[in-house]
Write a protein that binds this ligand. Sequence first.
Ligand code: ZN
Length: 133
Amino acid sequence: MKALKIDHIGIAVKDLNETLKFYQDVLGLELQGTEVVEDQKVKVAFLPVGDTEIELLESTSDDGPIAKFIEKNGEGIQHIAFKVDNIQEAIEYMQSKGLKMIDEKPRYGAGGAKIAFVHPKSSNRVLVELSER
Ligand code: ZN
């Protein structure tokens, strides 16, 4: 398997609308859209830049993964997503290398992408997302 590119960088923020000012007004990026991912208790905003994207993540609940991340680490980069052409193969390959997956089966993330997270213990404490779309 080979990661094809950085699909997006996920950034945990407390206030999406407040944060958008920096990305839109200062960096000049355009908001492509927002979406609520119910099972992750998160509201996501996508801002394409070059051939990748910034994904801003605001928790919709105090007990969601993004809320917990901010509680522990503060706002900041939460994950890096790599594009792969076959997510099922990528998961199996990683497992064959002894890496631990948070998602052993692909699930649907924002934008209808098939995604799976690698456990940070297996990736130098960086939360890595695999994304196929
Ligand atoms: Zn992501």
